[in-house]
Write a protein that binds this ligand. Structure first.
Ligand code: DAH
Length: 340
């Protein structure tokens, strides 16, 4: 019993401040070779009448030592974790690289917000389409070359399924769903079976615009496009409309903007004409309105479709469309909203 008291007193005084103290404590009180452990093995040798009391005291002491050990161990571990454990928390952190927006996304958003400001709503639709929405409803004749495999990606097993070649398919989807007045823009990815060069790619982006109401005129179309060109390329930008042909518009036109690289003097981008073509447009053909269930006697409207890559190349003065699809970070990192 004196031994128990002696060990108990020692235990009371034992201060644990470091991992080394902790280990010493374990060796002293809890290991197989410790004095306390040998007292435990002594129990069986104690005379029967004292054995119970002795046994209880030794076991209590053992529990006390064990409990104190566990508590101190946890306390020390928490303290080390707070200090950063094995890590050196004063070491400078490695950089977290922030992604940047893709130039095509930046320009797409900019174009959308220009039209949203004058009341257009943005809608989207499927990249994989059927013949009706890409061609038939838009008044493409049966033998139109765009329906040729040379120009359009078809799905071999399903001749009716195509990758959309233009976002004009969304004109049809919108008119089928919605009654006039309609004022929407439809940004999206389009696909054409083209060989890839510095000026053409098999994937690119377009934005379609559509405005249908009573008494919509070609003058309205022209004003909207002039507003857009000035917002996009600056107040001094001029536009010009050239007669053209699209199956889904009548009359149809193509629009050029004054070249913002040479200011109209003539350079490689504008092929020394001072003008760059950026979109196709026209008054929606009455056949298209009727195909989509809209009364062409009551309503008229205009549509336009512009190429986002062309716009981006103009805006950032780059001359190879392939750069936008290679996703070399050294290239795409340069286009943060701040660099605009
Ligand atoms: N869909 C035409 C193309 O991909 C662009 C276009 C031309 C869209 C005239 C229109 C339009 O809405 O009116 O080349």
């Amino acid at each position: 019993m004196t031994n128990i008291e002696k060990i108990s007193a020692e235990l009371e005084q034992f201060k644990i401040e470091t991992a080394e103290n902790l280990e010493n404590f374990r060796l002293r009180f809890l290991s197989k070779k410790s004095e306390l452990q040998s007292l435990l093995s002594e129990i069986k040798n104690v005379p029967a009448e004292q054995r119970k009391e002795f046994g209880q005291c030794v076991n209590l002491l053992k529990q006390k030592a064990q409990k104190y050990f566990e508590e101190q161990k946890e306390r020390l571990e928490n303290a080390t974790a707070l200090q950063g454990g094995d890590m050196d928390i004063t070491r400078p952190a490695t950089d977290i690289e922030l992604g940047s927006r893709h130039p095509i996304s930046i320009v797409m958003d900019e174009v959308c917000s220009i039209f949203e400001k004058i009341g257009y709503t943005t809608v989207s639709g499927p990249d994989i389409e059927d013949d009706w929405h890409v061609f038939s409803a838009l008044n493409f004749a049966e033998e139109h070359p765009a329906r040729d495999m040379q120009d359009t990606f078809f799905i071999a097993q399903h001749p009716d399924v195509v990758l959309r070649t233009h976002t004009s398919s969304l004109q049809v989807r919108t008119m089928e769903r919605q009654k006039p007045p309609i004022r929407v823009i439809c940004p999206g990815r389009v696909f054409r079976n083209e060989s890839i060069t510095s000026r053409a790619h098999c994937i690119f982006h377009q934005l379609e615009g559509l405005y249908i109401d009573e008494n919509v005129s070609f003058a309205d179309l022209k004003q909207v496009l002039l507003y857009f060109a000035k917002q996009m390329f600056g107040e001094n930008t001029r536009i010009r409309l050239r007669p053209s042909y699209f199956p889904f518009t009548e009359p149809s036109a193509e629009m050029d903007v004054s070249c913002n690289i040479c200011g109209g003097k003539g350079c490689a981008l504008c092929k020394h004409t001072g003008w760059v073509e950026i979109l196709g447009c026209g008054m929606v053909d009455p056949n298209v309105l009727e195909n989509c269930g809209i009364d062409s006697k009551k309503y008229t409207g205009f549509a336009f479709g512009l190429g986002i890559e062309r716009m981006t190349m103009l805006k950032y003065k780059t001359n190879d469309i392939r750069l936008y699809f290679e996703n070399d970070v050294r290239f795409i990192q340069q286009f943060t909203a701040a660099s605009r």
